[in-house]
Ligand binder design. Structure first.
Ligand SMILES: [Zn+2]
Ligand SMILES: [Zn+2]
Length: 448
């Protein structure tokens, strides 16, 4: 897939929009550092701050610095320290890290930040550069998340995971040999984030079928083709074939591009991401440890796809009602969500208002369930392959390491929909009064 066709130009689309992706250059290949040096030179930035950490610095940061210096740039650097006992991502994108990066930008009088790293480090550089009013370039070292192309940064302020407006990188560069050498848990996580699009796409299509949600076939196809390709990669990912790891990375970037095209995360985040957010919230409450985003998303997909498979059991569907909640619901939300309760209440109020105002093309009753199954036929027919891929990549058996017990899973399936206004399969079953029953059935089958 040639991603360069999506960047640096307006994209008139059959959906009626002209999509704009705010990335100017994407280069993935063993020559990527030469392209990076050319790019930095052609932009006449002059002063560059390279941001890396102990691991990514040794793997690639020093080489990046040397390449930029050789092309005439004035290069400073800041290297974050990692605990030496573990591999993988253990850096936190917190205020302290952001402050350190911003101080370094100021000291270097940098005109651009070049981040050499994966998700967390990229978010530190993304946010600090945006705060300092300068652009940033991403040199990716692991295919671990779909967020490289994102405009928002996932940060952790006062122990709480938050998403803050920041900026997309102006350029993304990666060497397949470096991506393939990333710690295995980061490759696994990237696969988890990508395979999670299975239910992101299903949720999107379901909302289109029931509530005429905005649709863009090009964005859908971009994510769906990346997802389908990643399913063919499993055997080669297990032996870290650089071309397979490169394809995984491109698939993740494609998801990021699809989100940029839509201007929101609908094509790449649905019920499976809501489960992951719920687990992040439990970690914030110290009821479990923080887990990696992609591992959580992959694990959640194993269950959100079962919520779709439950459509196979035909029941006469009733027209769902979304009445204003009673006082008991507000009490329950305050008990469960504490500091996040106001946000949950606002998101659910937005969801009810959204459903009310949408056009509803569906006729409810005896044939409604079959009509939904028909509308989702292509996606539903692929779920057996998804299950196999999750198992082979070690993503469906990670309940213990993610500290998700059967009780936690039940609460997740019933309450994850509360974190966002976005309509998903959980809202569908809730609208039928069957969410608790479906959650119970899924939990009984789970080996946790
Ligand atoms: Zn994700
Ligand atoms: Zn479109």
């Amino acid at each position: 897939m040639d991603l360069s066709t999506y960047v640096n130009r307006p994209l008139p689309c059959a959906c009626g929009k002209v999509h704009e992706v705010p990335i100017r250059r994407i280069e993935i290949g063993e020559h990527a550092l030469t392209s990076l040096a050319d790019f930095v030179q052609s932009e006449s930035w002059g002063r560059v701050l390279v941001v890396d950490d102990d691991r990514t610095g040794a793997v690639l940061g020093d080489t990046v610095t040397a390449a930029l210096k050789a092309s005439g740039a004035d290069v400073s650097s800041i290297r974050f320290r990692l605990p030496s006992s573990h591999e993988g991502e253990h850096l936190t994108a917190d205020r302290e890290a952001i402050d350190l990066a911003q101080e370094a930008i100021g000291r270097a009088k940098a005109a651009v930040v070049v981040v050499v790293g994966s998700g967390t480090l990229t978010d530190i550089g993304r946010y600090a550069s945006a705060q300092s009013g300068i652009p940033f370039v991403s040199v990716a070292t692991a295919p671990s998340v779909d967020g490289y192309a994102s405009t928002v940064a996932a940060l952790q302020f006062d122990g709480m995971k938050v998403t803050k407006a920041a900026q997309a990188p102006v350029g993304i560069f990666a060497l397949p040999s470096v991506l393939a050498g990333a710690p295995w848990e980061l490759i696994q996580a990237g696969f988890g984030d990508l395979i999670g699009k299975t239910t992101s796409l299903l949720d999107w299509k379901l909302a289109c079928h029931l509530y005429s949600e905005d649709w863009c076939q090009a964005s859908y196809d971009l994510v769906a083709s990346s997802l389908n390709e990643c399913l063919t990669l499993v055997d080669r990912l297990l032996v870290r074939d650089p071309r397979a790891v490169e394809a995984l990375f491109k698939g993740l970037l494609s998801s990021g591009i699809a989100m940029a095209m839509m201007g929101n995360s609908r094509p790449a985040s649905g019920s499976e991401h809501h489960c992951s957010h719920y687990w992040d919230f439990l970690a914030y409450k110290k009821q479990r440890r923080h887990g990696s985003h992609g591992m959580q998303v992959g694990f959640a997909t194993y269950f959100t796809m079962q919520a779709y498979e439950a459509l196979a059991l035909n029941r006469g569907l009733r027209e769902p009602e979304y009445p204003e909640p009673d006082a008991g619901w507000f009490d329950e939300v305050r008990n469960r969500w504490g500091v996040a309760a106001d946000e949950v209440i606002a998101q659910q109020s937005d969801k009810r208002a959204w459903i009310r105002q949408r056009e509803k093309p569906v006729t409810w009753g005896a044939h409604a369930q079959q009509a939904i199954v028909d509308a989702l036929k292509t996606e539903l027919s692929g779920l057996a392959d998804i299950r196999r891929a999750l198992a082979l990549m070690g993503l469906s058996t990670s309940g213990a390491s993610l500290e998700v017990t059967s009780d936690v899973l039940y609460d997740t399936l019933v309450h994850a929909r509360e974190v966002r206004a976005r309509y998903t399969i959980f809202d569908f079953w809730a609208g039928q009064g069957l969410l608790e029953e479906i959650a119970q059935v899924i939990c009984e089958k789970a080996t946790l």
